[in-house]
Design a protein around this ligand. Structure first.
Ligand SMILES: NC(=O)C1=CN([C@@H]2O[C@H](COP(=O)(O)OP(=O)(O)OC[C@H]3O[C@@H](n4cnc5c(N)ncnc54)[C@H](O)[C@@H]3O)[C@@H](O)[C@H]2O)[C@@H](O)CC1
Ligand SMILES: Nc1ncnc2c1ncn2[C@@H]1O[C@H](COP(=O)(O)OP(=O)(O)O)[C@@H](O)[C@H]1O
Ligand SMILES: [K+]
Length: 505
């Protein structure tokens, strides 16, 4: 499943029209065939006799609304179509579709009584006011319509994007539609997945492809992260623990010991043979270990560190550390020793000091910032990153030449010329230590010999599914990182099951 920016969508529309000699009305017609298909198969199996209140804007999103209204009418639904803007502002396509629909009302001319009567008689509202074309300040008439729709309490079906959500970053305007379903046309827009889109979109439903031109060589290929693309490291029944690799987590400084333990334990739960927590502070680590299956130790200098990293297959540096300049040399040394390395938490700011040394590493580094950590590296604010996430992801790849896992409600894995989007909003994951579990998972897969890409993908998928399982038991409010940790097995089962089904099927 592909993901596109608004600019890429426009390019697709334009090239489809030029290369396939198609006009907008044909594109809209194809899109609404597929929208209707989703509506009937996933939302309203029997639309006959039911009333739909379809509220449309003057652009192509509105054209989608009017075209869908016509098709619902043909199926025997009752349709009330309302245009927000008066006729003189309508596009040519909107004009044609409105004409063939027959009766179309104008927002400003609708009395309160009439609106209330329509709302009372309708089963659904279709929101076709704004799609990817939403920009700038909200026009007052549009804002008023959105507020009124949100107040009705009826299920709202948004076409492509909830009106008022920006197509590239998912940020909400001053006001935006609170949809029950969003039917996304021919590929997710980055704005369907990022920012606060998850607060407004309701259930995301994707149409089949509508036959738009697609670049065979985009700058960055963007797709959804899918379970069935994954394979897990193989296991022999006759194996020795070192056959499954040793992970070392360097972290857990005084006062943040738990972060180190969570990461090391998450690594072990992926199936790696040995996991050790190393701290560069002289604390009584051994006495503190919450988990008897972990090895725990300290080191005080380079020699001590490299001695302890013998027979190590992957290192996660940073869960529960704070930035200390001295760590640059430790990280450098690990990079030069060719051990696959994940930089997380307190080690992320070291990247700016390591920039010239990154080429020394045989393995590409994996770095796992949340948007705040990413912003600090670029000396901008989190808000800047959220405003244009795709730009910052590509800048990150180009500036640092590393592999990236940018964490958030939609986590983005970026490597080389590809990005994989993992959309799984769950406020229960926004809890202390949840990121430490993720970096431990990635480290655990790396220690078993997975490539960076496999380790990042499996780590993110298992983390999300473990979080969903923890949510089922404890709910989003009460779940903690320990609960994510203890549900990792469900995430792993999920992947194993998908792989088994793929092999069978
Ligand atoms: N590939 C497809 O399947 C196609 C889908 N289309 C649909 O068309 C949408 C994009 O169409 P458009 O580019 O015409 O854009 P929209 O229909 O989303 O909105 C553009 C119109 O809204 C106005 N507008 C923009 N920001 C506003 C604001 N803040 N307040 C009030 N009015 C505002 C603009 O002046 C413009 O007239 C897509 O989201 C999709 O729904 C079309 O692109 C046709 C092809
Ligand atoms: N609202 C959310 N929905 C889904 N996942 C989330 C959400 N908020 C945070 N996460 C996930 O939880 C983890 C939090 O990581 P991080 O911020 O580093 O936490 P910590 O530093 O406490 O370990 C990341 O994997 C992120 O993707
Ligand atoms: K919309």
């Amino acid at each position: 499943m592909n993901v596109y920016t608004v600019e890429e969508m426009r390019e697709r529309d334009r090239n489809t029209m030029i290369q396939h000699n198609m006009d907008i009305l044909t594109l809209v017609d194809r899109a609404t065939d597929e929208i209707l298909d989703v509506l009937v198969s996933s939302i309203c199996p029997q639309p006959e006799g039911k009333q739909f209140l379809v509220v449309c804007g003057k652009g192509n999103n509105g054209a989608d609304g009017l075209s869908l209204a016509g098709k619902l009418k043909n199926l025997g639904s009752r349709v009330v179509a309302i245009m927000i803007q008066p006729q003189e502002f309508w596009s040519e396509e909107v004009r044609t579709l409105a004409h063939s629909l027959g009766e179309v009302f104008i927002w400003d001319e609708v009395s309160v009584e009439r609106w209330d009567e329509w709302v009372a008689g309708s089963r659904y509202i279709v929101d076709a006011i704004l799609g990817t074309g939403c920009r700038g300040e909200m026009e007052p008439a549009v804002a008023a319509a959105i507020a009124q729709i949100n107040e009705t309490g009826l299920p709202v079906i948004s076409l492509d994007l909830p009106s008022g959500i920006r197509g590239n970053n998912g940020q909400a305007c001053e006001i935006a539609i609170k949809a029950t379903y969003t039917i996304v046309v021919d590929g997710y827009k980055t704005g369907n997945l990022m920012g606060s889109s998850s607060v407004y979109s309701g259930e995301l439903l994707l149409t089949k492809e509508v036959g738009l031109w697609t670049s065979s060589n985009p700058d960055y290929k963007k797709t959804m992260l899918e379970r069935n693309q994954q394979k897990l490291p193989s296991r022999s029944k006759a194996a020795h623990k070192y056959d499954f690799g040793k992970l070392v987590v360097i972290g857990g400084s005084r006062g943040m010991e738990g972060a180190g333990f969570l990461a090391a334990m998450a690594g072990l739960r992926t199936g790696c043979g040995v996991s050790q927590l190393l701290s560069c502070e002289n604390w009584e680590a051994r006495k503190m270990s919450f988990y008897p299956e972990l090895m725990v130790d300290t080191f005080f200098d380079h020699q001590g560190l490299m001695e302890k990293l013998k027979k190590t297959n992957a290192v996660v540096f940073g869960p529960g550390t704070v930035y200390v300049e001295r760590d640059v040399e430790y990280v450098q040394e690990i990079m030069e020793s060719d051990i696959p390395l994940v930089l997380d938490g307190g080690a992320i700011p070291l990247l700016n000091d390591l920039r010239d040394r990154i080429q020394l590493s045989k393995h590409r580094l994996i770095v796992t910032p949340h948007t705040g950590e990413m912003a600090r590296l670029f000396r901008v604010t989190s808000r800047d990153v959220l405003e244009d996430p795709v730009y910052f992801i590509t800048s990150f790849l180009e500036s640092y030449q590393v592999d990236l896992v940018m964490k958030g409600p939609c986590t983005v894995i970026a490597s080389g010329q590809e990005m994989f989007f993992s959309y799984g909003p769950n406020s229960g994951m926004a809890t202390a230590g949840s990121g430490d579990v993720l970096s431990g998972l990635i480290g655990g897969f790396l220690a078993q010999g997975c490539s960076n890409e496999e380790a990042m993908k499996s780590g993110v998928l298992v983390h999300q599914e473990a979080g969903n399982a923890a949510r089922k038991i404890y709910g989003e409010r009460s779940m903690t990182s320990t609960d994510i940790l203890s549900n990792i097995y469900k995430g792993i089962h999920g992947l194993e099951q998908t792989i088994a089904e793929d092999v069978k099927g």
